[in-house]
Every structure is written in C-alpha cells, then in structure tokens.
Design a protein around this ligand. Structure first.
Ligand code: HEC
Length: 705
C-alpha cells in the first residue's frame, strides 16, 4: 500500500520506496534460509550464509517458465567488467558495475534511486589480472558495503547512497586489487584481495561494519622469516606453513590471495577462506621445487570473531599450474554413508569436486568432474592428491588438463536441496605449460610474474607449442553440469558450443538458470536438465543470476556483461565475438513489449598491415605479450576483451598511444608506459600483426560463409 502511494507521488517516491527497507541483520539472514519473511529477498552474495544460491520462490516454475519475458533492463555503460551478483533487499535492487559503480533501482520497474561512484583510478584495472570487474557488494543494517578495486572498503547508506565511511584495506604501494564480494555477518565485514600473479602476499581482513575499525587480519602464506611474526591473527598458523616453503618466495610475495570465496558458518562460528595460486606461478622459481607451500590452494577455517586458525585442507600442494582454490564454497547438511554430515563443498580449478567435514576439515570424498591429467585420485586417508609423475613444469612445453583457465572458476554454483544436486559450468580445456629458462626469469614489479614460457625458447619448442595448442583447441568442451555431491557422480549435463558459460541459480520451482556462451539466458529443469526456455540477449553473462519477489510478483535478474579470464573464450568464433554493452536484465512471467536494441551489423574484418619486423622481434613480442597482455586479450591473441588480431588502421596508428600513454584508460585499457619501452611495445605490435596475418584469410572466409 505504502509503495503504491509512493509510486503515485512521483519524485517523492524516490525518497519513500527505500525508506521501507527492512535491515539485513542476523535475524533476517536466518529467516531468508527458510520459507520465512525474507524468502523474496537476495541479501547476500550467495543469497544465504551457506551460499547455496537456492531460492525457495516457486511462482516461476517448470510448468510456466516458457512465459518468462523481459520486464525491464538497465544499461551499465560499459563493454566489460560486469560479473556481479545483484542484491535485493525489501524491493530495492542494488547492483555494481565496472569500477565499483553502485546503483540502487526499484526492483519492480528499474526506476533508478541513486548511484554511488567511488571514482576508482582507471589505471588500477591493470592490476586486476583479468579485468576490472567486481563480483558483488554486501548489505547489512541499512548499509551497502563496496570493496573497491583499489582496496578501499566503503560503507554507504542504503537509502541515499551517501558514503558513511571508507578504509584502505591494503598497502597501495603493492600490486594488490580487490575483485571479490565482501561478506557481512554479525556486525563484521570480511574481505580478501587479489594479486598473487603480480607478486603479493595474500591475506583476509575483518572490519567493524558500524565504524570501519579493523578487527583481525589473517595472512595465507608466510612472509620473510627474518622479519619475525606479523603480530596478526595468523601468527600461529604461519608456524605450520613456514616449514613447507623453500627458496626466497617472499621476494615475489608468495601469493595465496583469497580473491573470491569467503563463507561464514553461523552454526560453527567459522569463516572459511578459499586461497589462491602461488606467486610466481612456477613452483621452480617460487620454492626451489620443494615443499607443499601452505596455505596455497587450500580451504582455511578461522574463528569468525578473532581470525584465529582452526583447520586447513590443501587441495593442491606444490602448485605449478595456477590451480586456485578460491572457487565458490557452499555449506550443506548432507546424509552420507548413513550419517548426517555438516559439509563444505567446492569444485575448484583442478577439476575435482571436494566434500569436507566443515567442523574438522576431514576429507569425506573427492572425485574428478572432468577428465584431467593432474592426479589419478585423492587419497581419502591422507587427503593428498596422487599426482601423476612428471606433472611439474619443465622448459619443454607439455599439454595438461584442466587448463589454467580452470575446469571451473569463480562462476557461482548453486545447490537445490530438492534435487540434491549442485549446478555449475564445467570446462574441458588444456594449457600448453612450460616454464621459462632459469636465467630468463626476472621479477618485474606490477606485472604478471608467472615464470611461464609463452613462446617456446627454441624454434623446436615453439613448433611443439603450436602443435600442442592445436590439439588443445580441438578438445575443448563446455557444459552446465549437475553433480550429485553424495554419490560424487554426474546427474546430467547441458552441452554448449564451447567453454565459457556463467554462474547458476537454483529455485524451488524445479529450475536452474544460467547465462550462456551462446549469448542466451536459459532455464533448465533442475531434476532432469531438460531445457525449458531461453532468450537471445546479445551477451554472454558470467555472473550469478538472482531471483526475488515484490508485491507477490517473482522476478529473475542477471547482469549480461562479461569479464574474467574466460573472456578468452568469447572470441573463438570466426571474426571475433560481437556483444552488446553490458546490461542488467530483469524478467517476469508474461512480460511483453520490452525489447533490447538490435546489435549493429558486424564490421568487415580489417586486413592486418604489412609486417616490418624480423622473426626475432616477433618472438620477443610474443613473450612480452604473454607476460603483459594475454590475461585480458587471450592466449595467442585470440579472443579477449578486444581481439588484437583485428585492429582497425586507426587503432594500429594509435597503438603506442593506447599502450604507452593510456588514452583508453577510461575504458579499462590502462597505460603500460612504466613497464614497457617503445621498442618493447613495437615488438608486441609486430607480434600482433604477425598473428593477424596468420589467421586473417581463414577468419575472413568464415565471416563471409
Ligand atoms: C587488465 C586488462 C588489460 C590488459 C592486461 C591489457 N589490456 Fe588492452 N584493452 C583492455 C580493454 C578493456 C580494452 C578495450 C578498451 C576499449 O573499449 O576501447 C583494451 C583495448 C586495447 C587496444 C585497443 C584495441 C581496439 O581494437 O580498439 C589495444 C591496442 C590494446 N588494448 C593493447 C594492449 C596491449 C599491447 C597490452 C599488453 C601490453 C594490453 N592491451 C593489456 C584491457 C587490457
């Protein structure tokens, strides 16, 4: 009633609609988990603290989903950088776009209530390995929490968007960034960060939600032993970790950054931290080929109040492959082997699905969900993977699967207690791995320091690399996977043309929703995998869909934008991949009359200019490209945010200004002027022209088919 009145009052409604907001508190979060008053809300990144991304709403269901239509949409003013899960609290939808710009909308019709722009310096995009997107925001007690790319944790008023406080969570003189969503529980905000690839030491910290005061900090890997204890909550845990490291890792940070998943467990009062890969990626350069390197690629449980260590389980000892274990974690109570178990589940990059006892960290089961060439199995007694011999990198290229792009990355997974299945996008991909020659590895601050060889250090190795890459491309597969965590078996799969589809949502309406690499938004029967509905949306959403209810009407929302390392998959079709600018799309049953503006017709593929550089310069350019550009522009310059094989004559002419002077920094292409000389930029340019020339004829023919 109040809402209808507010609508009639026009401008006045802007102030009134959000004023009705029920605060996100411990009580409302608990109520959201059951068929309670909050069943129509989506108040936290994974909806509830257990992060199951399951909604009890069933007004949209397997019997009527065919009637779903576009109710409203909002332009997000960017071509990339949108991987976030919106929040919905009492009728207001809060969304976050590239560079952490937050907008509040009326959830019914998309009327904009306020926008808060934290004005992140655009240059910071360079420190986010795979683009400047954020995966989400948090809500608590009348406030919205933003973890900005540049490390600020900011609280704004949920009604007005006015800033309440802001704290800097990391040392800005180091190559950290934040892309993960903060989580809030019982008056505390926890946040991790990224940067392992660049050379930082991972940590997670907690702040008072009311004041922004720091409460605790937990490092995930040891620092320089000569510096002594840090005086932080992780000191006791570092005593366990330190003996598992060798060499001089601290000079390169060590890594282990917790860049995505953090889960709060109200029953056990723990926070689970999913930790990332080593820095540098190469085990040889990081730890002299010795030691497990705790707590890389692990789940670490800490006390929610103090950050004190409770237990850890390491999925990937001796990380050499960029296998992070930051992937989504979810809590559930499952009956396994006749016993009720409190479990935590994860399907990380390495291709295994893990079920652990979340009280003790004991491994209950682990099974690979894609074919892989890393470990034959995980030993249930010791909890250790039985790694195949010769898995570690040498200077000779070899093919391994999963790829460093992951069997499953950060893309949200969901669990339906009704079907007992977990739903997530699975990818079968391989990487041609090799490490650099010993004397070729030089640590360069503020650049990705993998220690990987991207070219093949001799012509023979380069030829081998090419052959293996072609094999890898031919084997690729991507599908939506429904997995039974009790039996550790596949229930069903929905295949796509290639890898790269987005996160999932499960509902009580026997539905699973997913944004797909086919540039559609789709709904499947949760029990059988039968596709019931899809709609072309001119984009390949990567983030998690949400559902909510206002005034008895159920809505489904998805950010149709793309970002992250798997953008490399987008350009794999002929002539690159054309997408619309990012949009927030909201659907409801029976909606009609709202249509997306048509895409402009694809431009003819520009022919690459003449190559005026020697083979040697092209090879140098290839390695520099691998180290500096490939994360955003794709392996071998295929796909990525802009396919650099197909630059226009104008872009070729402006190349040095774009790369060295940052004239496109406002659009996410930061300056590399401090890292690259003009000669080096020219070498990269020569490599890109050479790549364009190699592929142009085939791609142009495909486009004209
Ligand atoms: C952190 C991600 C990121 C990295 C790393 C990155 N770029 Fe970019 N780049 C972008 C984005 C985003 C755009 C699109 C900007 C736009 O919309 O114009 C872009 C666009 C470009 C363009 C313009 C292309 C066109 O057709 O309009 C060039 C040239 C370019 N990048 C070169 C490079 C080179 C060379 C490197 C490595 C030295 C590099 N980029 C590294 C994100 C990145």
């Amino acid at each position: 009633m109040i809402r209808r009145l507010a609508l009639a009052l026009g401008a006045f409604a802007v102030a009134l609609a959000p004023a009705a907001q029920a605060a996100v508190t411990g009580e409302t979060m608990r109520s959201a988990a059951v068929q309670g008053a909050q069943s129509g809300d989506w108040m936290s990144y994974g909806r509830t603290w257990d992060e199951q991304r399951y909604s009890p709403l069933d007004a949209i269901n397997d019997g009527n989903v065919q009637r779903l239509g576009l109710a409203w949409y909002a332009d997000l003013d960017t071509y990339h950088g949108v991987e976030s899960t919106p929040l919905v609290v009492d009728g207001v939808l809060y969304n976050v776009s590239a560079f952490n710009v937050v907008t509040a909308y009326d959830g019914r019709d998309g009327r904009r209530l306020w926008t808060f722009d934290p004005k992140v310096e655009r240059q910071w995009a360079r420190l986010a390995c795979c683009g400047s997107g954020t995966r989400g925001i948090a809500a608590w007690n009348g406030r919205i929490y933003i973890a900005a790319l540049d490390g600020r944790l900011i609280a704004v008023d949920a009604k007005t968007g006015a800033q309440v406080w802001s704290v800097q969570t990391f040392d800005r003189s180091q190559a950290y960034s934040i892309t993960g969503a903060p989580r809030v529980f019982d008056g505390k905000v926890v946040i991790g960060n990224s940067g392992a690839d660049y050379g930082v030491r991972g940590f997670v910290s907690a702040y008072d939600a009311q004041t922004g005061a720091k409460l605790w900090k937990f490092y995930t890997v040891p620092g320089n032993p000569a510096d002594g204890p840090d005086g932080e909550a992780s000191d006791s845990a570092m005593k366990i970790a330190l003996p598992t490291w060798f060499g001089q890792w601290w000079k390169y940070g060590g890594g282990g950054t917790a860049w995505d998943s953090l889960v709060y467990d109200p029953a056990l009062h723990l926070v689970y931290i999913g930790t990332g890969n080593g820095g540098p990626l190469s085990y040889h350069f990081r730890s002299d080929d010795k030691g497990d390197n705790l707590f890389l690629c692990s789940i670490v449980a800490v006390d929610a109040d103090t950050g004190q260590y409770r237990w850890h389980y390491q999925m990937v000892p001796e990380d050499d492959w960029d296998f992070t274990c930051t992937q989504p974690m979810m809590l559930a109570d499952l009956k396994i082997g006749g016993r009720n178990r409190q479990v935590i589940m994860q399907a990380p990059k390495n291709g295994f699905f893990y079920v652990l006892d979340r009280k003790t960290g004991e491994l209950i089961s682990a099974q690979n969900f894609v074919p892989q060439s890393w470990a034959s199995h995980v030993d249930l007694k010791t909890g250790r993977p039985a790694m195949y011999p010769d898995v570690h990198l040498t200077t000779t290229p070899k093919l391994m699967t999963p790829s460093l792009l992951a069997a499953h990355s950060w893309h949200p997974m969901s669990y339906s207690p009704k079907t007992g299945l977990v739903y997530f996008p699975a990818m079968e991909q391989s990487t041609v791995y090799a490490r650099q020659e010993d004397d070729a590895f030089h640590f360069v601050p503020f650049r990705i320091n993998a220690g990987y060889d991207y070219v093949g250090s001799t012509p023979e190795r380069a030829a081998l690399r090419k052959k293996l890459q072609a094999e890898a491309n031919a084997m690729e597969k991507g599908y939506l996977l429904a997995w039974n965590p009790v039996t550790q078996k596949e229930a069903w799969r929905a295949p796509y043309s290639h890898p790269g589809s987005g996160g999932t949502l499960a509902t009580a309406g026997n539905l699973v929703f997913q944004g797909t690499i086919e540039r559609t938004f789709a709904a499947y029967r949760a029990d059988t995998g039968q596709k019931l509905w899809d709609m072309p949306i001119d984009n390949a959403p990567v983030g998690g869909p949400v559902t909510y209810m206002i005034d008895g009407v159920q809505y489904v929302a998805i950010n149709a934008g793309w970002n992250g390392a798997i953008v490399a998959n987008l350009g794999k079709g002929p002539g690159g991949f054309q997408v619309s600018p990012a949009r927030l799309l909201v659907f409801k049953l029976g909606a009609k009359g709202v249509a997306l503006p048509p895409l402009p017709p694809p431009a003819a593929l520009p022919r690459p200019p003449a190559l005026q550089a020697s083979e040697d310069v092209v090879r140098k350019g290839a390695q520099l490209y691998g180290d500096t550009c490939s994360r955003c522009h794709g392996d071998g310059a295929v796909g990525g945010v802009k396919d650099l094989r197909w630059m226009t004559p104008e872009t070729h002419a402006a190349f040095d200004d774009i790369v060295l002077k940052g004239i496109r920094a406002d659009r996410g292409m930061a300056s590399f002027g401090d890292l690259l000389t003009r000669e080096q930029a020219d070498a990269i340019h020569a490599y890109l022209i050479a790549r364009g020339k190699e592929d142009w004829a085939d791609a142009a023919a495909e486009q004209h088919k």
